[in-house]
Design a protein around this ligand. Structure first.
Ligand SMILES: Nc1ncnc2c1ncn2[C@@H]1O[C@H](COP(=O)(O)OP(=O)(O)OP(=O)(O)O)[C@@H](O)[C@H]1O
Ligand SMILES: [Mg+2]
Length: 347
């Protein structure tokens, strides 16, 4: 099957000489048709630059961009079968909502009656029927976001590029829009390339995630794969909370030079079968779970006394106090347990 979007050795360098910034560094990527693909990475890692090269707003300094198998590296934005939703929505404040949504059709000289019908259809699709006569200033942030989405969809792109489209919304609205966007994508079958620096958003919405760091893709995989089997230390820390063990402590406990253990895979229990022992150094209550930080005892088998290794355990709050009368207390001696499969070696 032809990929919806292919990046073939794509690089982008801004500036020249000593001040040059290699924003994107030899990226290879194939996004399948109908896929919800998320680029996840910290600020400044090059996500927007990748999106702009796919949209045609920035020219790669090396490599090729293909859409639906055709080389579009030098094709102008308007001639590409992609559309972009920017974070700031970029709606025209003086135009009605209907005219905002219909704008791409107006540029293409579609007759007014027809473009208004299509705009109203799209407004219904994003669950905003009846607001066509209002101005952008008369809508909430989340509603404006949906208008921007409707406008991007009206020209029926094969690929929709979304650059942190939910960044400006408050948490509740953001969560609501996450499920709405995902449902809409499934219904329309359009390929979505979604950018975020929010790991929860990436994990909960995507078919696959590409983790971006300093202009390079560190790992591409399903949410489960990048969470359970991060390829690098960077991915382990960026996607979810992670205990990363290294050096002597790692070798003693895992046999590897570097290994990762998710905090929710640790339980507290008795001496029998314990993998490590230590003292509770910190207890934080988060509602659903309680985060307990444990400094491993220097006398724990095989762990040298140089620097205490601190492990973080996220215990379901209802269970944290179970059978113990209370959640662990500061300074308490505890024994840590985990399944051997929970310990993941890092490259
Ligand atoms: N037009 C430009 N000229 C010079 N440098 C640029 C330009 N655009 C981006 N950069 C630099 O390229 C790097 C990547 O920027 P980019 O906007 O792609 O990051 P990002 O991952 O989208 O970050 P954020 O999450 O903050 O939006 C940064 O170091 C940025 O300063
Ligand atoms: Mg950006």
């Amino acid at each position: 099957m032809t990929a919806a979007v292919t990046l073939d050795g794509v690089s982008c360098t801004f500036g020249h000489g000593a001040g040059a910034v290699r924003a994107v560094d030899a990226v290879d990527l194939a996004i399948e048709a109908g896929e919800f693909f998320t680029l996840l990475g910290p600020s400044g890692s090059g996500k927007t630059t990748v999106l702009r090269m796919i949209g045609g707003f920035t020219l790669p300094t090396a490599g090729r961009v293909l859409i639906g198998g055709a080389d579009v590296t030098r094709t102008p934005p308007y001639a590409r079968a992609v559309n972009t939703v920017f974070q700031d929505y970029a709606l025209f404040p003086h135009m009605s909502i209907r005219d905002n949504v219909a704008y791409p059709l107006m540029v293409r000289k579609v007759a007014k009656a027809e473009r208004h019908v299509r705009a109203d259809d799209l407004l219904a699709l994003v669950q905003l029927p009846g607001v066509g006569d209002r101005r952008p200033g008369q809508l909430s942030g989340g509603q404006r976001q949906r208008v921007a989405l409707a406008r991007a969809l009206i020209s029926e792109p094969q690929v929709l590029l979304l650059d942190e489209p939910l960044g400006a919304l408050d948490l509740k609205l953001r969560e609501q829009m996450q499920s709405e966007l995902k449902a809409l994508q499934r219904r329309l079958g359009i390929t979505f390339l979604f950018i975020t620096h929010d790991q929860h958003e990436a994990l909960s919405m995507s078919d696959r995630i590409g983790i971006f760091n300093a202009g390079r893709l560190e790992q591409v995989g399903t949410p489960q794969a990048v969470y359970d089997a991060p390829a690098t230390r960077f991915v382990a820390h960026f996607v979810g909370a992670a205990n990363v063990l290294e050096g002597d402590a790692a070798r003693a406990l895992t046999g590897h030079a570097q290994a990762m253990l998710r905090p929710e895979r640790i339980t507290l229990g008795g001496t029998a079968g314990a993998r490590a022992a230590g003292t509770v150094a910190e207890v934080q209550y988060f509602g659903a779970f309680t985060r307990v930080k444990v400094d491993l005892a220097p006398e724990a088998p095989g762990v040298p006394a140089t620097r205490p290794t601190r492990l973080q355990a996220d215990l379901p709050s209802f269970a944290a106090g179970q059978g113990r009368g209370a959640a662990p207390r500061l300074g308490e001696a505890v024994h840590l347990h985990w399944d051997s499969a929970a310990m993941h070696a890092l490259a």
